[in-house]
Design a protein around this ligand. Structure first.
Ligand SMILES: [Ca+2]
Ligand SMILES: [Ca+2]
Ligand SMILES: [Ca+2]
Length: 204
């Protein structure tokens, strides 16, 4: 009888565990919201350069909710790069890093000013794994870039829409990693580029 009760209690506990973990996505072993920037702050990130959570930038609004992260190589010269990173414990049952991004640049294609946007993972042994790294010409070659002008009538180009980026993060399960985003000027300091990021998640 005692064994039967114990078995039932164990069964109920397991059931409750799965119900609770599926109802509380941010505490689940299967899911971790790294950031959707809806607090309006980047205070959980270590930041260098011009970085912020913002509601709009030029003609772009967030992919999700009211806020997105912005990293810019401007506006104060000689701002040359911006970076944010945070330490994340990768839940053992997640295998996919998923996020949305846009790249905006005042540079033109086919020149030496190959400003870049890079995403990297620094593992628990402090090794950097670059998982996304594109420069101005890559964006023009690989994506639809739209031309527009800002309030000062300066021409800029931007990816036509939010882009989904996913990466198989299985190799880092259970580890404390640093997830880093960086945008940088190349060759000059004065013509800037901007990366926008939203809805950064780890999924099953
Ligand atoms: Ca958001
Ligand atoms: Ca530049
Ligand atoms: Ca700059």
């Amino acid at each position: 009888m005692k064994k039967k009760v114990t078995a039932i209690l164990v069964g109920i506990s397991i059931l409750l565990f799965f119900v609770i973990t599926s109802c509380l996505p941010s505490f689940s072993l299967f899911y971790l919201l790294i950031d959707d920037f809806e607090t309006g702050m980047l205070d959980t990130w270590t930041a260098t350069g011009t970085t912020m959570a913002t509601t709009t930038f030029l003609d772009v609004t967030p992919y999700q909710g009211d806020y997105m992260a912005l990293l810019s190589t401007g506006p104060e010269d000689p701002a040359t790069f911006a970076r944010i990173y945070k330490t994340v414990n990768v839940p053992i049952l997640t295998s996919l890093l998923s996020l949305y991004w846009q790249f905006i640049t005042y540079e033109a294609s086919g020149d030496v000013y190959q400003d870049y946007f890079k995403i990297s993972i620094i593992d628990s042994a402090n090794n950097e794994h670059v998982i996304f790294d594109k420069a101005v010409d890559d964006f023009f070659n690989d994506y639809t870039m739209m031309a527009a002008t800002d309030a000062s009538n300066n021409e800029y180009y931007r990816t036509a829409d939010w882009q989904l980026f996913t990466y198989d993060i299985s190799a880092f399960k259970g580890q404390n990693i640093k997830l880093c985003f960086e945008v940088g000027d190349v060759e000059d300091e004065y013509v800037d580029s901007i990366a926008l990021i939203d809805l950064v998640e780890l999924k099953k």
